[in-house]
Design a protein around this ligand. Structure first.
Ligand code: CP
Length: 314
């Protein structure tokens, strides 16, 4: 990783090479090892200032970045949009100018509009990390998902991953399918016809029903959250109908268990919609592992964007 030219920003997955992706995933391994130590902190980003700027709600991504930055000894400021001058009409760029005057080294931004992180990256000298923008991209979710698949199966190449749900509105589906495909996985999708776009990449085949999807023998099923907040129309009759036709019901869960299929979900989970409660306690549910790996991969991203190379923790 240290031989690669430094990038200023992380905005999406398609801008990265396979070597860069593997470099970040490799760097996350020693960071995850740190979690077993009594002192989980290293001085890698001592003196650096990290700003988190979330215009949309977040539990996992925001707290995970904060923990990651603090474990690297950075100073973290969480900019609270709801109590800031944004509510008085201040624009994103004016907000960034103000915060730039405070000499921030990293800006971690989530925004409901696609493209805002890129616009900010063009406008500031700080490293900008996209923590999710509209339908467009969620690159650190993709990296933590790839890390989790690699950790679980040993390698990603040749694995069959089925992504289920709202493909149309999902930045997670867009970024995670792309990274897994880049690393050699076979990725396919299944969901309501209204939520599986026809203009998806040709390598992203779709199944018409669960029987066909199970017959393909997926190694893991990646359930997407039903995102009512991004659906400006009614794409399925009700969440009950969604569960019945597209969720992991008790009956489908029995098949998942019998066939030893792993379950992934980016969170937050809608219990009784994407899955029945019992899936949360399934020994092949990777959902909590994804959260833990989010910290290690975000530490690796912050490290990777750092101006000069620094030894990884030994
Ligand atoms: N996976 C994810 O982005 O979760 P949050 O919305 O809680 O950050």
């Amino acid at each position: 990783m240290t031989d690669q030219p430094r990038r200023k920003d992380l905005l999406d997955i398609q801008s990265l090479s396979v070597d860069e992706v593997n470099g970040i995933l490799d760097a996350a391994v020693p960071f995850k090892d740190l979690f077993k130590r009594s002192v989980k902190k290293v001085p890698t980003l001592k003196g650096k200032q990290v700003l988190t700027l979330f215009y949309e709600p977040s539990t996992r991504t925001k707290s995970s970045f904060e923990i990651a930055a603090k474990r690297l000894s950075a100073d973290v400021t969480n900019f609270s949009v709801s109590t800031s001058s944004v509510v008085k009409g201040e624009s994103v760029l004016d907000t960034i100018d103000t915060l730039q005057a405070m000499r921030t080294d990293y800006v971690i931004i989530r925004h409901q509009m696609s493209g805002v992180p890129e616009m900010i990256a063009r406008h500031t000298d700080a490293s900008v990390i996209n923590a999710g923008d509209g339908y467009h991209a969620h690159p650190t979710q993709a990296l933590l998902d790839a890390y989790t698949v690699r950790e679980t199966f040993g390698e990603i190449a040749g694995r069959r991953i089925l992504i289920v749900g709202d493909i149309k509105h999902s930045r997670v589906a867009r970024s995670t399918s792309r990274i897994l495909k880049m690393l050699g996985a076979d990725v396919r999708v299944f969901g309501p016809g209204t939520l599986v776009p026809d203009d998806r990449p040709e390598w992203l085949q779709a199944f018409a029903n669960w029987d066909a999807a199970f017959a393909w023998k997926p190694d893991a099923i990646y359930l997407l959250r039903v995102q009512r907040e991004r659906q400006d129309d009614q794409f399925f009759p009700s969440v009950q109908e969604y569960h019945k036709f597209f969720g992991i019901t008790a009956q489908r869960f029995a098949r998942v268990r019998d066939e030893g299929i792993y379950i992934m979900h980016p969170g937050p989970v809608n219990r009784g919609v994407e899955l029945v409660d019992a899936v949360m306690d399934y020994d092949r549910s990777l959902i909590n592992q994804q959260v833990e790996n989010g910290i290690a991969t975000r530490m690796a991203v912050l490290y990777w964007l750092k101006p000069q190379s620094t030894p990884l923790p030994g």
